[in-house]
Design a protein around this ligand. Structure first.
Ligand SMILES: NC(=O)c1ccc[n+]([C@@H]2O[C@H](COP(=O)([O-])OP(=O)(O)OC[C@H]3O[C@@H](n4cnc5c(N)ncnc54)[C@H](OP(=O)(O)O)[C@@H]3O)[C@@H](O)[C@H]2O)c1
Length: 281
């Protein structure tokens, strides 16, 4: 059974837009789509027969978070699925990164997601049902050079989401973490500020940043397919929703490889690790 009211943050472009377009065409779905500026969701008007609410939402603005959630409940009576999709990137080596950029990214990717979730959770607890879908990334499991702070945000999303899932599993609330690899959205282009390395020790990484910038909108991942997969998971797997869903072959292959290597490392050092405890009595 399909859940009724969905909120999707960051529906102006990318995954959020594709999700909004698909949800707007589903039967029995109310959609709360959000964008930072007025007019950015007009593409939804053609599907609107009273089931779509367009809200202005910058997830770093608490008053807009509260208004969006209140308006959704006032209009549709429930919030069944929250998609914390809004996010951005930042490229730069750890030493050369602009910390204001890095902190702003944490404000959006982590604290914005936290704020939305804390506003919605009491409603879901009252309903005794709900699904929280949090956009992480393969970058929430595996790290590349020049993305240290982005990884920081997405590893944070992973940890926070996993913990919420444990706290809410007996309350009828489910959590699904989405972990895409490269997808054809605005993320690697306009949605990621870049600081090019200038120090000789780090110059080699400029190539990686440039190739990401130039590769924007040429990645393997198709956001329209991703949107369909996410909606189908909620429709068809409500009782066994995966906590983690890598999207894209690169993502799942990289995740498998990372965990294989991590497992080996933990096993190799097992005796050292356990030797840190007090002897068992
Ligand atoms: N594309 C990929 O390769 C990829 C891979 C892994 C994970 N992801 C994640 O997927 C999510 C969606 O990104 P995308 O790939 O679809 O990129 P996108 O096309 O750049 O879309 C990001 C959306 O987030 C919105 N946003 C940015 N800051 C916001 C804020 N403060 N408040 C509310 N909305 C805000 C943007 O709004 P504006 O249009 O106003 O800027 C935009 O609509 C992000 O969390 C990203 O980290 C993307």
């Amino acid at each position: 059974m399909m859940s009724k009211t969905w909120i999707v943050t960051g529906s102006h472009t990318g995954f959020g837009k594709e999700l909004a377009i698909k949800l707007a065409q589903e039967n029995n779905i109310n959609l709360v789509a959000t964008s930072r500026k007025k007019g950015q969701l007009d593409y939804l008007d053609q599907y609107d027969h009273g089931q779509i609410d367009k809200e202005i939402l910058d997830v770093t603005k608490h008053d807009q978070v509260v208004t969006t959630v209140n308006n959704a409940v006032k209009r549709f009576g429930s919030i069944d699925v929250l998609v914390n999709n809004a996010g951005l990137g930042y490229f730069g080596t750890f030493e050369e990164s602009d910390l204001d950029d890095a902190k702003y990214m944490f404000d959006v990717n982590v604290w914005g997601l936290v704020d939305m979730t804390r506003e919605v959770l009491p409603i879901m607890r009252n309903q005794k049902s709900g699904i929280i879908i949090n956009f992480s990334s393969i970058g929430g499991l595996f790290s590349f050079p020049t993305l240290s702070f982005y990884h920081g945000t997405k590893y944070a999303v992973e940890g926070i989401s996993e913990s919420i899932a444990k706290e809410t599993k007996d309350l009828g609330i489910k959590v699904m973490i989405i972990e895409p690899s490269g997808f054809r959205t605005d993320w690697a282009g306009r949605s990621s500020h870049k600081t090019m390395p200038t120090h000789d020790d780090y110059k080699q990484f400029a190539k990686f940043i440039k190739s990401n910038e130039e590769g924007a909108h040429h990645e393997a991942g198709d956001p329209e397919k991703a949107a369909k997969i996410i909606i189908d998971e909620v429709k068809n797997h409500i009782d066994d929703l995966p906590l983690r869903l890598p999207l894209g072959k690169y993502s799942v292959d990289t995740a498998i490889d990372k965990y294989k290597q991590a497992l080996q490392l933990f096993k190799n050092n097992y005796n050292i690790s356990t030797s840190a405890d007090q002897p068992e009595k």
